[in-house]
Design a binder for this molecule. Sequence first.
Ligand SMILES: Cc1cc2nc3c(=O)[nH]c(=O)nc-3n(C[C@H](O)[C@H](O)[C@H](O)COP(=O)(O)O)c2cc1C
Length: 235
Amino acid sequence: FGSFGTLDGGIFDDEINFSFYESEMRRYYANIVGKYGPQVLNAIKKLGGLEIKYICPSHGILWRKDVSVVINHFANWASFTPEEEGVVIVYGTLYGTTAKMANVIARELSWNGIKNIKIYDASKTDHSYIISDIWKYKGLIIGSAAHNNDVYPVLHGLLHKLKNYGLKNRYLGIFGNMLWSGGGVRGIQAFADSLPGLELIAEPVESKGEPTLEDQKKLEHIAKVMAEKLKSERA
Ligand SMILES: Cc1cc2nc3c(=O)[nH]c(=O)nc-3n(C[C@H](O)[C@H](O)[C@H](O)COP(=O)(O)O)c2cc1C
């Protein structure tokens, strides 16, 4: 039940503002514990019959007021249950065209009523933060420029980790850019094929250089389908 984030004075759950630790705890869970969901769920099951007064992890907040908060979070994260309606768009780009494509998708998601949209350039943000948001939201859209017949190198590490964690229960969209025989979209498709718990929601879109109007419509289609799927799950 540990967390990232230093304890800056307050050490108990009733002495701190949880919002900072909530995101640091999710980032910790996803990146450190992420692969071991079944073991976490088994361990939580064992706690089932006990009356728990304190949870004192070796690092992170000590729990005494509301231990169910941390137990529920860990149980949800361990079962890949998304927390909120939203979409992570993450891309790797050489010259910026794939970034433009990401913005077309993001704008259309917004027009279709999705409010939590997080765009990440995989070269610029530490992957632990991107993975943390992927744990939080059910929508995931990945884009890549073609690079030597494969995905852009910075995406390799991210995709490898998600595969290793066995990411599941996510809607997936794929897009990318190329100039001759492609490779980025193909690489992401291979990643998707290796994870049966990801649902590819639309045909991948691969532009040759600057996206044409037709390409833009296809990108908007990914966004529309994603938004519809997410909205259909509203309570
Ligand atoms: C080092 C390097 C390797 C590339 N490898 C490929 C490739 O294997 N296949 C391809 O179709 N295009 C390849 N390209 C072209 C880029 O994918 C293309 O310029 C694309 O539009 C870049 O998208 P971006 O603007 O998002 O970086 C390569 C470009 C560079 C600089």
